[in-house]
Every structure is written in structure tokens, then in C-alpha cells.
Design a protein around this ligand. Structure first.
Ligand SMILES: [Fe+2]
Ligand SMILES: [Fe+2]
Length: 328
């Protein structure tokens, strides 16, 4: 009798694949995870779907990374940076999926929703290539220093989305999330990747950096246009809330990105990002991070935010400031 569950090519049409397991795979097991477990195997079929969605040519040639060319300490330090990036990229998936859901609840058009699905695919790819680069640099890293490779559950730097209901509330929440994640986050990360490409001396690490850099341009562009599109639909009260979110976010980004440097430390100094003599596997110095951050705030964020209708100068002047004496 004809088996209706199979195509002529032998593929199951319905029901789970034959290689599903009785016990949870590493992809869902509830253990203390390190970030390489983002690549835990599921089934061959899911893997095919995943590869088809996330794989993009040219995929970085991780297998050609020449570990022996670099001292262990240098590789280990770079691996920690790449592992943190993998976790941050995973956090972006979390953020963009929340924004997608809120906007869908608010019944917005497809031209706003569609780009978010592209953003999520990109962030999944970024999480993988960063994690793979961390492992290429230091395959023993997760075992040797699990804390440096820890994969914590993501938490967005803003309140939880209203699950459903009041449309103005949903739009205001989405506007705040897009402001922080895209207009600020993606716009700041773009010149960081430009600089990393300059300082990085390794071919494989550079392939990874370029993959990410290309996408971050688009992510920032999405954010600016999406916020400008939502802005006219916001009430005065909602706009005031977005302005308040900007004030808090400026302080948050300064605390995490300026590495303890203040504007006074870098004022009047030109940023020159150049390759140094020694090898570099994709790491910037804290001072370089700080200089790029302050320059981007002034040259890109302020004008962009003003065009939307926000008051960046006021938000910056009143931003929460942390103790800056923790500079390395
Ligand atoms: Fe990303
Ligand atoms: Fe991004």
C-alpha cells in the first residue's frame, strides 16, 4: 500500500523526522549553557531549514583559521570578545522578535514588519559566526573559562512589551525599543565594525567582521525609517516617554560602551584607527571604543534624533551618569 506520509524522494511529509530523540537535545536541555551550545544539533531536517535560512555566501572559512600562528593568550582574549558578541547578537534576536510581535499586535503594515524578519535572520547568523569565531580562536574556551563563554538568558534593556491591547501603548513601546536597539545600538555598532575591520589582521576574523558590518548598515537604516514612520502616530505623552527613554539609554550606552572614559578624556582628539604592528584577531582598545562612541553620538545620533523630533541635547545633558573612575 502506498505510504502517504512519504514523498517519492522518501521525505516525510508529516510527523516528526526519524532522527528526533527521546531526551532533550542540547538545543533545549535546561543546563548552564556556554555559547557554543547555540549550535547544538536537533534533527537533520531542522538543520537543513536552518542552513537554508541563515547560511550566506561566502560563509567564513573557519576551518582555515591558523591557530598556530597566534600565541594562546592573544587567542584566548580574542575568544572572550567573540563569545560576548555571540551572546549580544542572540540578545538582538530577542529584541527584534519582541518588536515584531508588538507591531503585529498594533496592526501595522507589512513594510514595517517584513524588514524585521530579515533583521532576525541576520542576528541569528551573527550569533553563529561570532560563536564559531570564538571557538576557532579557543576551542577549549568554554571548558577552561565557562564564565567568559556563559550564555545567559537575554534581557532587553527596557520594560516588557505590553502583550496586547491598547494600540498607543504598543506603538510607544515599539518606538522606544526601535530607538534603543536600532537608532542607537545599530548606529553605534556600525563604526565599531568599520574600525574592527581596519585593526584586524586575520583573514578569517575579517570575513566574519565583514559579514556583520554589511548587515548592521541595513539594521540602522531600518531603525531610523521605522521610528520616523511610527512617530507621527504617537501622542504627546507617548513622545515624552520616548524622549525619557532616550535620556536613560544615553546613560546606559555610555556606561557599557565608553569603557569608563569621559568626553573630557577624548575631547579635541582625532580618532585615527590604524593597524598596529602586532597581530589582532578582532579587538579594539577601550580608548578606541570610547572615541568612536562619543564621535558617533555627536556626528550621527544628534542630527538623526533631531530630524525625528526628539531633543538629544536635553536627553544627553540629563542622562544618568555612572562613576567614571572604573577606567581600566
Ligand atoms: Fe548583529
Ligand atoms: Fe544588528
Amino acid at each position: 500500500m502506498h505510504d502517504r506520509r512519504r514523498t517519492s524522494a522518501g521525505r516525510a511529509l508529516s510527523g516528526p523526522s526519524e532522527d528526533t530523540r527521546d531526551c532533550p537535545s542540547g538545543a533545549v536541555a535546561d543546563t548552564t549553557k556556554t555559547c557554543e551550545q547555540m549550535f547544538a544539533a536537533t534533527t537533520r531536517r531542522l538543520q537543513r531549514i536552518y542552513r537554508g535560512q541563515v547560511g550566506r555566501e561566502p560563509w567564513p572559512e573557519f576551518e582555515s583559521f591558523r591557530r598556530g600562528d597566534y600565541p594562546l593568550e592573544l587567542r584566548r582574549e580574542a575568544a572572550r570578545h567573540w563569545a560576548r558578541r555571540a551572546v549580544a547578537e542572540y540578545g538582538s534576536i530577542h529584541q527584534f522578535s519582541g518588536v515584531t510581535h508588538a507591531l503585529c499586535e498594533a496592526n501595522v503594515g507589512l513594510e514595517l514588519l517584513g524588514p524585521l524578519t530579515r533583521l532576525m535572520t541576520d542576528e541569528v547568523r551573527h550569533a553563529e559566526v561570532c560563536g564559531q569565531m570564538a571557538l576557532a580562536c579557543d576551542p577549549e574556551g568554554p571548558a577552561v573559562s565557562p564564565r567568559a563563554f556563559a550564555w545567559e538568558r537575554p534581557r532587553a534593556p527596557w520594560p516588557r512589551a505590553p502583550y496586547a491591547g491598547d494600540r498607543q501603548q504598543l506603538l510607544r513601546w515599539a518606538a522606544e525599543a526601535i530607538l534603543v536597539a536600532c537608532c542607537l545600538g545599530e548606529t553605534i555598532s556600525r563604526p565599531m565594525y568599520d574600525a574592527l575591520i581596519v585593526v584586524c589582521t586575520d583573514d578569517v576574523a575579517n570575513q566574519v567582521l565583514r559579514q556583520i558590518q554589511r548587515d548592521e548598515h541595513l539594521h540602522a537604516a531600518f531603525g531610523w525609517d521605522a521610528l520616523a514612520t511610527i512617530w507621527p502616530a504617537l501622542t504627546r505623552e507617548s513622545r515624552a516617554d520616548v524622549q525619557e527613554r532616550l535620556r536613560v539609554a544615553f546613560g546606559g550606552f555610555e556606561a557599557t560602551t565608553a569603557c569608563g572614559y569621559t568626553i573630557a578624556d577624548v575631547a579635541g582628539r582625532e580618532i585615527t584607527i590604524t593597524r598596529t604592528d602586532g597581530p589582532n584577531l578582532g579587538v579594539l582598545s577601550p580608548e578606541q571604543y570610547a572615541m568612536i562612541f562619543f564621535a558617533t553620538v555627536e556626528q550621527e545620533l544628534f542630527p538623526g534624533l533631531q530630524k525625528i523630533g526628539l531633543d538629544p541635547a536635553e536627553a544627553w545633558a540629563k542622562r544618568p551618569q555612572t562613576d567614571v573612575n572604573h577606567r581600566p
